[in-house]
Design a protein around this ligand. Sequence first.
Ligand code: PLP
Length: 434
Amino acid sequence: MKYYSTNNPNHKVSLKEAVLKGLAPDNGLYMPEAIPVLPQAFFDTLHTKSFQEIALEVAHAFLKDDVPTAELKRIIEHTISFDAPLVEFAKNVFALELFHGPTLAFKDFGARFMSQLLGYFAKEEKREIVILVATSGDTGSAVANGFLGVPGTKVVVLYPSGKVSDIQEKQFTTLGQNITALEVDGSFDDCQRLVKEAFLDEELKTKFFLTSANSINIARLIPQSFYYFYAWSRLKEKNKVVFSVPSGNFGNLTAGLIAKRMGLPIRHFIASTNINDIVPEYLQTNKFNPRPSKVTVSNAMDVGNPSNFARMLDLYQNDFEKLKADVSGFDFSDEETQTAMRDVFTNNKYVLDPHGAVGYLGLKKYLEVNINSTGVFLETAHPAKFLEVVEEAVNISIDLPDRLKIFIKNKKQTILLDKSFTSFKAMLQKSLTN
Ligand SMILES: *Cc1c(COP(=O)(O)O)cnc(C)c1O
């Protein structure tokens, strides 16, 4: 299967090139040239299969020509080494818990799959592969931990200074080995811009084998479709399922749209955001107006220019009405988010993290009008990752899982940087050549 750039459908590359390049040379995002549609028999028997078996069949449909089945099986077994349980806490309202991986956030799925796939491709490369990743929190930890110790790779994480939680920061600044953390005096959008500029810089491209691990990488997107199939397979009522996806860069939601295109009968999607409401606004007005991000309590979704929006448009051939028929958008303030966390804890004895709370709110709003639906919202992180916000909202103390305690004990090591590309480039050359 070939992959084309959203900026030019005639520019097609192999899977390997799409994964190693991350971003197309024309700044577009890679998309599979055809989205495989799975046969009815697959859906009829889905409930009898394990999460790993489901994931392998979905991955195989995309990658069968590019990765040997035995290798794909190994990659899947490594990626899906933890469950994604559905928790019903009101009639027809389910949380899909995606935080049971090593860094307690859904980004573990994409990062683990991608690091394994890159490791497979890296064997053929002579140069070291450098993974540049801009993070607003969770991507950095998932990617850094996914690649930690993978031979032939180096990871450089850029993050906005003071704008990620202490626990998040510890998960990618304490690792050492092949992981370097750059603390940028700027916003997440600045970090994302620096990464994009590096990919366009001829000198850097000649010197290093650069690749990206942000949600723009197609190897992050494909595995994020697995859990839509799995969750659907475990629901009793399968013909009226809607998913609410707490969104920032819209990778998670795009993966859901891809699952639907593969034949999974999802009735509707809800794009739930914090006040960075660029996509909900688009769905109301047909105007896409990216702007600087604002800081919120759900900081992994503080994105002012959602990168996967280009893929969403591409999937619907820029047809606004068609996209709108499949996706509704709602945005929520911090106050609404905190109230939801408090109410859900009081009424359902369930502790939401601030991102899941936004997903929950979007679902609730949708269900007010569309009563006859089975609603699933994605719970994208463990509440302990956002301790201060959660404890303030629900007024109880949260126990840290052991996996988090280990990170907190270790010492932070970062390189401070202003937000100019010149400084970033100089730093990159210095830290990668020694
Ligand atoms: C990254 C992240 C999101 C947003 O996911 P996108 O795919 O960027 O839309 C939501 N919640 C958490 C906890 C995240 O880390």
